[in-house]
Design a protein around this ligand. Structure first.
Ligand code: SF4
Ligand code: SF4
Length: 56
């Protein structure tokens, strides 16, 4: 399992800074999580202002 960013993302960048594994990066339209690097810590969910990150 890995976390997933849905279409509600407003590209604030907060999640990228908090991820301990560098799994989050800015994609073409919104931020994305690399499932191979995500360890399901949940930290990104806590900082997202629009609740766009959820377990897949
Ligand atoms: S759940 Fe943790 S490891 Fe996975 S993307 Fe979010 S902050 Fe990174
Ligand atoms: S914290 Fe939420 S709104 Fe901000 S870039 Fe990450 S997913 Fe998008």
């Amino acid at each position: 399992m890995a976390y997933f960013i849905n279409e509600d993302c407003i590209n604030c960048g907060s999640c990228e800074d908090i991820c301990p594994n560098g799994a989050i990066s800015s994609g073409d339209d919104q931020y994305e999580i690399d499932a191979e690097q995500c360890t399901d810590c949940g930290s990104c969910c806590d900082v997202c202002p629009v609740d766009a990150i959820h377990p897949k």
